[in-house]
Design a protein around this ligand. Structure first.
Ligand code: NAI
Ligand code: CS2
Length: 490
């Protein structure tokens, strides 16, 4: 039986000043933890959260309501050391997605009213990279996406995160209220500015004056967020039962957490620095370091491991040759592209990441990380590869990763077992396999030509295309072991 520390919930309830879009596992195990710590330490009950799920099942929202919006976060430092926290800072749960009858927006008006109320001062988001409806390569709004087109047509009944933000800000402007601060907590580079782009470019489609007001008045600070929070599995719930935690809304995560935020909150914020939040003038170096070193390594494990029939991060990083690959990728291809504050030890950071990945008390499925690759790879690998090539350097680890991602999108592993390709571009990528599947150079060229994912500089770089083609060929002919041996010679 592990050593269990139990931390009860703090104040019974408080006032709502934060609205969250994207009620999911990460929000419950990261932002909510910091706010619970703040509330318990300071006694200030003013920064409660109304949390909304815009898309996925209404089940979590209704289950949270039934539990009085309380749930548990179970932090595993390792198998022997566990902290069980009860969280009470979420005061309201709302659902605006499509219900089982195909109806959208059950609680949309409640959400918009909450966002338009004077008490709301911050809106945070974890809606996944695809929830912003931005081109992963260009960062521009995907105005032709059906959901965005619908929000342009009916702005008062929005379904997307950008649409909800625009409508709520319109209502605040029209009632003479100052706006709220918009804080993205998604894994995107420059996430605050990308959120700003989505909101302003959407507003411009219907109300230029509103777009100008947003551009002039609304703060969109960037933040770097970090905590490994795997999607719950039945095995996780069974494990929690053994700890006496019977909670359908519980989440499991590692002990490590980090939140680095640009300090730009005109309407105020919690004084959460004492609870571990790092307030800085500029987040970009921390964001880029984490996205390329942690998330870039995660995606290498996800595609290479899944192709070899491996299921979890822990199992993948237990393969010495994959651990060697990660070290090489982090130190030879990611670290040289980073500009960090004086004294930052990237080699030590790399070892810390490998230790976190090796946490055998988490079942972090590679399939979850492999999801939405078209939305993730630009910031995790491709921008770094572009920087390396611009310096006249190679990026063989990234080329192998791209080859593995291309092969993954075929929908089967190297043994022919089916793989779930959960990606906004899944249909388009499957069509490329159907058309070019046996002609590897043509298949790779077709993937590199997908402008929504690959920057033009990579698409036209013959050496990169050749490296990806060779890696793809070796993967399919000699498997993961062969590809890693071949890489070792590169
Ligand atoms: P989750 O699956 O538990 O929750 C995802 C949330 O996003 C749900 O509320 C879902 O309804 C919403 N969503 C999905 N597609 C959407 C769309 N098109 N429009 C609006 N909402 C949409 O996933 P989780 O673990 O909460 O992760 C969410 C995001 O948090 C990630 O994509 C990432 O950006 C960030 N994050 C996650 C970490 C983790 O380890 N889970 C760690 C660091 C960041
Ligand atoms: C993971 C991230 O699912 C994924 O893509 O790489 O959610 C990862 O767990 C977090 O960024 C860690 O902070």
């Amino acid at each position: 039986m592990p050593d269990v520390t139990r931390l009860p919930v703090g104040a019974a309830s408080g006032r709502i000043a934060i609205v969250h879009l994207g009620l999911g596992a990460f929000h419950r195990a990261h932002q909510a933890i910091y706010l619970e710590r703040y509330r318990q330490r300071s006694g200030d009950a003013a920064w409660g959260v109304s949390s909304a799920n815009l898309r996925s099942s209404v089940g979590l929202v209704d289950a949270l309501r039934e539990a009085g919006h309380r749930y548990h976060v179970v932090e595993y430092a390792n198998r022997e050391s566990v902290t069980v926290r009860e969280i009470g800072v979420i005061e309201e749960a709302l659902f605006t997605g499509r219900d089982e009858h195909g109806q959208w927006g059950r609680d949309r008006e409640a959400l918009l009213a909450r966002m338009a109320s004077r008490e709301t001062r911050i809106v945070t988001l974890t809606v996944t990279e695809k929830g912003y409806f931005l081109s992963p390569a260009s960062g521009e709004l995907l105005a032709d996406a059906p959901m965005i087109a619908a929000d342009i047509a009916t702005p008062a009944a929005p379904r997307t995160a950008p649409g909800i933000l625009v409508e709520a800000l319109r209502r605040r402007r029209d009632s003479g209220l100052a706006p709220f601060t918009v804080l993205s907590c998604d894994n995107m580079p420059d996430n605050g500015q990308r959120t700003r782009t989505a909101v302003i470019q959407l507003a411009e489609r219907g109300d230029a004056a509103l777009a100008e007001w947003i551009a002039a008045e609304v703060a969109f600070p960037c933040s770097m967020v970090d905590r490994i929070v795997p999607a719950m599995t039945d095995a996780d719930f069974a494990r929690l039962s053994e700890l006496g935690v019977e909670d359908p809304n519980a989440v499991v995560c590692e002990a490590f957490a980090q939140w680095v935020i640009e300090d730009d909150f005109p309407q105020g914020r919690p004084a959460w620095e004492a609870d571990g939040v790092e307030m800085v003038a500029e987040v970009a170096p921390f964001e880029t370091m984490k996205l390329r070193m942690l998330n870039g390594s995660h995606s290498l494990l996800a595609y290479l491991g899944a192709l070899d029939g491996i299921e979890t991060v822990f199992e993948a990083v237990s393969h010495d040759d994959l651990k060697v690959l990660l070290r090489r990728y982090m130190l030879e291809e990611a670290a040289p592209t980073l500009t960090m504050p004086e004294g930052t030890d990237l080699a030590a950071y790399a070892e810390q990441l490998l230790a976190r990945f090796a946490n055998d008390s988490l079942r972090h499925r590679l399939q979850q990380i492999a999801m939405d690759g078209s939305q993730k790879l630009p910031q995790r690998w491709l921008q770094g590869a572009e920087a390396r090539l611009a310096e006249g350097e190679g990026a063989p680890c990234i080329a192998l990763g791209v080859a593995a991602w291309i092969r993954y999108t075929a929908g089967a592993d190297l043994g022919g077992r089916p793989l779930a390709v959960d990606d906004p571009l899944a249909g388009r990528l499957a069509a490329l396999h159907a058309r070019y599947g046996d002609d590897i150079p043509a298949l790779v060229a077709a993937f590199l030509a997908v402008e929504a994912v690959f920057p033009p500089a990579l698409a036209v770089d013959a050496s990169f295309a050749e490296a990806v083609t060779n890696a793809y060929t070796t993967l399919t002919q000699h498997g993961l072991a062969g590809a890693l041996i071949s890489l070792g010679r590169a």
